[in-house]
Design a protein. Structure first.
Length: 175
């Protein structure tokens, strides 16, 4: 079966129960929205999968896409925080930052790991407003309010504006 998305802007194959599994969702993220970091694709999937059943229902998909494509700034800030909070404890720890930055930046040498650790320390200083060694949603919202470019500091988890435009207005370009 195929569910039309955004007024027919794209079709997304679903299973017999009208749900999207992780591989289909990953294909959509990579092929349509340019999100290609494996770790972040899985985290975006978990943020869409509100009932944690490892499938995204039509309602979950539409709610997630609403924020993903047209969300208000505060919704997108919360979404990115949830994506980056890898263990779901409502904080972004140094270890989580290291995992994400290492995954997106380092592809080899051990010396580069020291550079990632230094970058984590710098980013933590910028984001951790209350200086408790971790980033809460309050710290995150305040930092992003002051410096919006930090919203995707740990990797791309939102589509670019041009990609959103193409998705919502398919007459401009087909997928």
């Amino acid at each position: 079966a195929v569910v039309g998305v955004a007024g027919g802007a794209a079709g997304l194959a679903v299973d017999a129960f009208g749900k999207i599994d992780r591989p289909r969702f990953r294909d959509l993220m990579a092929d349509t929205f340019g999100v290609d970091d494996s770790l972040l694709m899985d985290r975006v999937f978990r943020c869409f999968d509100l009932d944690a059943d490892n499938y995204i229902s039509y309602d979950e998909f539409m709610k997630g896409m609403s924020v993903f494509l047209r969300g208000r700034t505060d919704e997108r800030i919360k979404f990115c925080f949830r994506v980056y909070d890898l263990n779901g404890d409502k904080y972004i720890s140094k270890e989580e930052m290291y995992t994400m930055l290492k995954n997106s930046l380092v592809k080899g040498a051990e010396e580069d790991e020291d550079g990632v650790k230094d970058l984590v320390d710098l980013v933590l200083k910028k984001l951790d407003d209350d200086r408790d060694g971790r980033v809460s949603d309050t710290d995150w919202s305040k930092a992003i309010g002051e410096e919006p470019l930090l919203m995707e500091a740990f990797g791309q988890c939102l589509p670019r504006a041009a990609t959103i435009e193409r998705f919502l207005n398919p007459s401009h370009q087909s997928f």
